[in-house]
Each structure stands twice: as structure tokens, then as C-alpha cells.
Write a protein that binds this ligand. Structure first.
Ligand SMILES: Cc1cc2nc3c(=O)[nH]c(=O)nc-3n(C[C@H](O)[C@H](O)[C@H](O)COP(=O)(O)OP(=O)(O)OC[C@H]3O[C@@H](n4cnc5c(N)ncnc54)[C@H](O)[C@@H]3O)c2cc1C
Length: 299
């Protein structure tokens, strides 16, 4: 699997990391992209808000195109999980399964891990759009359908407001407690049906079905679970870097963390977890990294 000295190691090969690989390759820098192969984008049945794809593109196909483009311009892609990151003289040492790379700069593009409903059918329901994880991404496709949002009671109102702009048939299902009376009033004023806490969600292969505690069953075209996520920042968890509540790393306007030479891009950073944000941050980080590496005149 190689190893050795390179200008930049990118950790994570989703849209953010692969875009950084494309830019650095085109800056004629040596770059290795390590990827554990678990991109959130692989869940996307078809994205319709990815610029340049008016008829949509599946997440897997987008990843394949980005990998091809990164390799085309000289990035080395390695399928491996980085299991060690250390600061050393002149840069960083990155380890993955017994191999290590020394790099002047490291770009963390490790993404985040969604908390999915703890159901064996969750991934199948995501694949057919019965379960959706990102209203900014695809509420447009769910518009005017029968939609449920489920999650902790305290967060439901804000999400309901966003989704109510897309459908008049919206239901809210609290996963931790019943809504208080004033919360119920707020939802009803918004035209949102409120369910009691304490039923179970099932999936019939096409649609999700909620069985309430009293036995009544309601079918939904789309369910949005809001169960949160965790930033995948384990490699730097004990580096004392500033992070938000869900582990998202804080960076400066060049995507650099408080450790010079260590950048972070994409969902591991962003509050707006979107492909277009991830690739924009990749362009910024890769350009700054390139400009701060030693100048190499062409011979
Ligand atoms: C169901 C669903 C639908 C979505 N739809 C859309 C949409 O329509 N439009 C849109 O803009 N966005 C959409 N998104 C969000 C989009 O997928 C993410 O914003 C995007 O994938 C973020 O890219 P990223 O590169 O930061 O992270 P990721 O794509 O998650 O990639 C991170 C990569 O890093 C790897 N990694 C993690 N740790 C390590 C390690 N230690 N060593 C090596 N590799 C590691 C992971 O395996 C993964 O491959 C959707 C997300 C989901 C879940």
C-alpha cells in the first residue's frame, strides 16, 4: 500500500476529500487520499441539488466520477482507514494498517456518522427514499406527500417549520416524551398533526408505517428521522481542538484548524452538510495548503 513522504495526506475520500485530491493533483503536488469507504454520499439514491446534474446523480456514481477525476490528475487513492495521526518535525505522520506516510500538510475529510433508526430495514428504506435524512437535500422530492418527522420533542418545532413549507400533510412523532400542551398548540397552529410518544415505526418495502400505542397505523410517503450525528474526528479527539456540540471541528477562513498545517473540510466541519459546501471547502483548503508549501519552479 505504499507509504513514504508526500506533500499532503487527505484523510477521507468522500466528495470533500476527493475534491481536495483533484485540486492538489492539479497543483502538481504529491497527494495521497486515504479512504475507509464509508461516505455518506453512498446513501444518496439520487441527488437533485448537486450543481451541474439537472436530472440528478446517484451518490455512488458521483463518488466514482470524483475518484476517476482525482486519479486522472495524479492523486494516489488508497482504500484504508487511518488509525494514527501525529505531529512530527516538519509536518505530520499518518498511519493506516501498519503503513505510514509523512506529509507537510494533512486535510481531514472524515465526515460524520448519522444516527439511524435502530431498525434492520433502515438502509433499505433510505435507498428507496421512504426514509430521508436531509430535508435541505430532498424535501423538494417529498413535497405534497404524507410526511412524518420523528426525533426528540425539543427539536421537532424547528424541523416542522421547515418541512411545512413543502407539504400540508405533515405529522410530528416525538421519540423521547409527549409534547407539552404549549408545544402541541404551536404545532397545530402550524397545521402539523401531533402523534403521542410510544409507538413503533415499521417498513413494508415501499413505505414507512407508524403503529401508535393504541394500535392505529398511519402510512407515510416519507419519514425524516432527526436523531443527530457524530463528527468523525476521533483521530484528533485528544488534540485539544475546538469543536461544536456534535463534534464538528472549528476552522479559520482557510479551513485550517488551530494546528498549522492541519485542515478540516466537509461534514466533519460544516453545519450545512452538503456536497456543494464540502467541495467548496476542499477548494479553499487545497489552495491554501498549496500556497503554503515550498515553491517549486518548473524545470
Ligand atoms: C441519505 C442522504 C442523502 C443526501 N443527499 C444529499 C443531496 O442530495 N445533496 C447534498 O448536497 N448532500 C446530500 N447529502 C449529504 C452529503 O452526502 C454529505 O454532505 C457529503 O457526503 C459530505 O462529504 P464529506 O466528504 O465531508 O463526507 P463523506 O462523504 O461522509 O466522506 C467521508 C469519508 O471519510 C472516510 N473516513 C472516515 N474516517 C476515516 C479514517 N480514519 N480513515 C480513512 N477514511 C476515513 C469515510 O469512510 C468516508 O468515505 C445526503 C446525505 C445522506 C445521508
Amino acid at each position: 500500500m505504499g507509504g513514504g513522504r508526500v506533500d499532503v495526506v487527505v484523510i477521507g475520500g468522500g466528495p470533500a476529500g476527493l475534491t481536495a485530491g483533484i485540486y492538489l493533483g492539479r497543483f502538481l503536488r504529491s497527494v495521497v487520499v486515504l479512504d475507509a469507504g464509508n461516505s455518506r454520499a453512498r446513501y444518496i439514491p439520487a441527488s437533485h441539488n448537486c450543481p451541474g446534474f439537472p436530472h440528478g446523480i446517484a451518490g455512488e456514481e458521483l463518488l466514482e466520477r470524483l475518484r476517476e477525476q482525482a486519479e486522472e490528475f495524479g492523486a494516489t487513492l488508497v482504500r484504508a482507514r487511518a488509525d494514527g495521526l501525529e505531529q512530527v518535525a516538519g509536518g505530520f505522520e499518518v498511519a493506516a494498517g501498519g503503513t505510514s506516510w509523512r506529509a507537510s500538510k494533512v486535510i481531514l475529510a472524515t465526515g460524520l456518522a448519522d444516527r439511524l433508526p435502530d431498525e434492520p430495514w433502515a438502509e433499505e428504506a433510505i435507498a428507496c427514499g421512504a426514509l430521508r435524512l436531509c430535508a435541505v437535500c430532498d424535501a423538494f422530492e417529498a413535497r405534497d406527500g404524507r410526511v412524518a418527522l420523528m426525533g426528540p420533542a425539543a427539536g421537532l418545532a424547528g424541523h416542522a417549520r421547515f418541512l411545512r413549507g413543502y407539504t400540508a400533510q405533515l405529522a410530528a412523532i416525538p421519540t423521547d416524551r409527549n409534547l407539552e400542551l404549549d408545544e402541541v398548540d404551536g404545532m397545530r397552529a402550524l397545521g402539523v398533526e401531533v402523534f403521542a410518544h410510544g409507538g413503533t415505526m415499521g417498513f413494508d418495502g415501499r413505505r414507512c408505517r407508524w403503529r401508535a400505542a393504541d394500535g392505529r397505523v398511519s402510512a407515510f410517503d416519507t419519514v425524516y428521522p432527526y436523531l443527530g450525528y457524530e463528527g468523525r474526528n476521533a483521530l484528533v479527539a485528544d488534540w485539544g481542538l475546538e469543536a461544536g456540540e456534535e463534534g464538528e471541528l472549528k476552522v479559520d477562513r482557510y479551513q485550517q484548524t488551530a494546528r498549522p498545517g492541519l485542515y478540516a473540510i466537509g461534514d466533519v466541519v460544516s453545519g450545512l452538510n452538503q456536497i456543494s459546501v464540502a467541495v467548496g471547502q476542499a477548494a479553499i483548503a487545497a489552495t491554501h495548503a498549496h500556497n503554503s508549501l515550498p515553491f517549486v519552479p518548473r524545470t
